[in-house]
Design a protein around this ligand. Structure first.
Ligand code: SF4
Length: 291
């Protein structure tokens, strides 16, 4: 497999085989993200991808899940994506699901019918970074999408029948914007009604523009219990028909796995108890936190 640079994948794709179909992120300007800063974006040629798929198929037919890297593989033209999915199905008979990262613009560029065709071709899940539902935060972190575009993108994925997994970042609104960030993010998530939500806590990567905001005091990060208060407000504002909500990412102080809606009240009770006791021993220790 010819991987270029560091490869990232969602935690839930840990057992998937990673097929790199693009290099980097076509946008690459979110202020908190350093994942693809060193890479010049390009879409790999079908010939390159085909060679990797041929190699994968030589590993045997036990591969069930494939994740298409890097940052926003949905940017690939409809014709070429269908060609990749088609070739994957031809070579890997046991393949159950293909996943991709996508941004709101990639999703909105596709018609509903295009997304349905991708689903029929094997695309089973789209991971969308929302980060925040608060328009002020979205602008400040240069998310390249408005609140309204993000909601439309999320709903479109749901309507296509492809599973939708959405990532949000606790702390990204700072102390001052914490409440609005949590409330607005809960509201936007509820309107999307995703299948999965993954909550991360902001960790500052050296060299990113957001690090400068912190150094200059423009952004003040909430304390660990401030982040947990944010989680409580966020969950309280989430109203889903059926969603698995996880804050078990290594960056979080309080790992939770909640099946919503039935597990919501129990989770809120637990969070409120942690907030009442304010005992640091109830939190994941700082040295165990990671991106
Ligand atoms: S967060 Fe996503 S869209 Fe933004 S720069 Fe990073 S990979 Fe690209």
């Amino acid at each position: 497999m010819k991987y270029e640079g560091l490869i990232f994948r969602p935690p839930s794709e840990a057992e998937s085989l990673i097929l790199q179909v693009t290099v980097g992120c076509s946008y690459n300007r979110c202020t908190f993200c350093s994942a693809y800063r060193e890479k010049s974006f390009r879409i790999k040629s079908f010939e390159e991808i085909k060679e990797d798929i041929d190699e994968i198929s030589s590993y045997g037919q036990g591969i069930k899940k494939i994740f298409l890297a890097d940052g926003d593989a949905l940017i690939i033209s409809q014709r070429d994506l269908l060609r990749i999915l088609d070739y994957l199905r031809t070579r890997l008979k046991g393949l159950d699901r293909v996943g991709v990262y996508a941004n709101a613009k990639d999703i909105l560029r596709k018609d509903l019918e295009d997304l349905r065709a991708l689903k029929d071709g094997g695309l089973g899940i789209i991971y969308l970074g929302l980060e925040s539902g608060d328009p002020t935060v979205l602008k400040r972190i240069k998310k390249n999408a408005t609140q309204e575009e993000l909601i439309r993108a999320g709903r479109k994925v749901k309507e296509s029948g492809i599973l939708l997994s959405v990532t949000v970042i606790l702390g990204i609104g700072g102390v001052e914007g914490s409440r609005a960030h949590a409330e607005q993010t809960g509201k936007v998530l509820s309107e999307m009604d995703p299948d999965y939500v993954g909550a991360l806590s902001l960790m500052i990567v050296p060299g990113t523009p957001i690090e400068r905001e912190i150094e200059t005091g423009k952004l003040v990060l909430p304390s660990p219990f401030g982040l947990i208060q944010e989680l409580e407000t966020l969950i309280g504002n989430c109203h889903f028909s059926r969603c698995f909500f996880a804050s078990n990412h290594a960056s979080n102080y309080l790992p939770l796995r909640i099946q919503m809606p039935e597990g919501k009240e129990e989770a809120l009770k637990r969070i409120r108890e942690v907030l009442r006791r304010k005992d640091p021993d109830l939190l994941r220790p700082e040295f165990l936190r990671a991106l």
